[in-house]
Design a protein around this ligand. Structure first.
Ligand code: ATP
Length: 235
C-alpha cells in the first residue's frame, strides 16, 4: 500500500529525516515510534505533502506521489490525522466532519458516511451541533479521526492520537484504531509513549535522529527492548 525509500526532509539547514525507508502492507497497522525529535511527525507530513521531500521516493497504492498536492493525496485515499488534533474550534462537530469530505462534493455517500462515523463515535452524534472547541481533548481526538474517515481513506496516517489523553480515553482510541482496520483501512501510527500502540501493531519501526534503527513485529517488541533502543543501545 505504501513504500517509502530513503526519504529525506530538511528544514533549512536541519535534516529532520535522514534516509528513512519502510513499508506498510494493505490491511496492516504499522507504527513509527521513537523519542522526541526522532523525525516521526516530519515523516508523516512528508507523506501527506505538507512538507517537501529533499530526497527519496514514496509510492502509494501503486503510484509515485511525486508532484501530487496534499488535496490530491487525500483524493487518492491518504488521510492525515495531525498531531494536536487541529479541529476547527469555531465550527460545529457536524461542520468539521463535512469538511473532511469536501473533496467528494455532492457525493450522496457523504450523508451515509456521516451516519457511519457517528455510529462509530456515538459521543460525536450526541454533540453534532456543538462547537468543536468546546469538546474535551479526547472528544476532539475522536472528531479529528472521524473527520479523516469522512474522506474514505485507504490509508490513515495518525500522529500521536493518544497524546495528552487520560488512560481510559487512550484505550478507547486504540480500540477505534483496531475497528478502523477491521473496516478495511490500513493504518500508519506515530506514537511516542508507545507500549500500547505496539501491542496492536503488526510491524513497528523505531526511529532515532531521523533514521530507522530497528524493525520488528509488534509481538516481538517489549518495553525493555524499546527502552534500550530509545536510549541508543545497539541490539
Ligand atoms: P515529536 O514527538 O516531538 O513530535 P518527532 O519524532 O515527531 O518528535 P519531528 O517533529 O519530526 O520529530 O522533528 C524532527 C527534527 O526536526 C527535530 O530536530 C526538530 O527539532 C526539527 N523540526 C521539526 N519541525 C521543524 C520546523 N518547522 N522547523 C525547523 N526544525 C524543525
Amino acid at each position: 500500500m505504501l513504500r517509502v525509500d530513503d526519504l529525506t526532509v530538511d528544514y533549512g539547514l536541519i535534516r529532520a529525516v535522514n534516509g528513512v525507508s519502510f513499508e506498510v502492507a494493505q490491511g496492516a497497522i504499522v507504527s513509527l515510534v521513537g523519542s522526541n525529535g526522532a523525525g516521526k511527525t516530519t515523516t508523516m507530513k512528508a507523506l501527506s505533502g505538507l512538507v517537501p521531500r529533499a530526497g527519496g521516493a514514496v509510492r502509494f497504492a501503486g503510484a509515485p506521489l511525486d508532484g501530487v498536492t496534499p488535496d490530491g493525496r487525500v483524493a487518492r485515499g491518504l488521510a492525515h490525522v495531525p498531531e494536536g488534533r487541529r479541529v476547527f474550534p469555531r465550527m460545529t462537530v457536524r461542520e468539521n466532519l463535512l469538511l473532511g469530505a469536501y473533496l467528494r462534493g455532492r457525493d450522496p455517500g457523504v450523508v451515509e458516511d456521516l451516519d457511519r462515523v457517528c455510529e462509530m463515535f456515538p459521543i460525536l452524534a450526541a454533540r453534532r451541533q456543538q462547537l468543536a472547541g468546546t469538546l474535551s481533548g479526547g472528544e476532539q481526538q475522536m472528531l479529528a479521526i472521524a473527520r479523516a474517515l469522512m474522506s474514505r481513506p485507504k490509508l490513515l496516517l495518525m500522529d500521536e492520537p493518544s497524546m495528552g489523553l487520560a488512560p481510559q480515553m487512550v484505550d478507547l482510541i486504540l480500540e477505534k484504531i483496531v475497528e478502523i482496520r477491521a473496516s478495511g483501512a490500513t493504518v500508519l501510527l506515530v506514537e511516542q509513549n508507545a507500549v500500547e500502540a505496539i501491542r496492536l501493531s503488526d510491524v513497528v519501526y523505531v526511529l532515532r535522529l531521523g533514521a530507522v534503527i530497528h524493525r520488528s513485529a509488534g509481538r516481538d517488541m517489549d518495553e525493555s527492548l524499546l527502552k534500550a533502543l530509545y536510549l541508543g543501545h545497539d541490539i
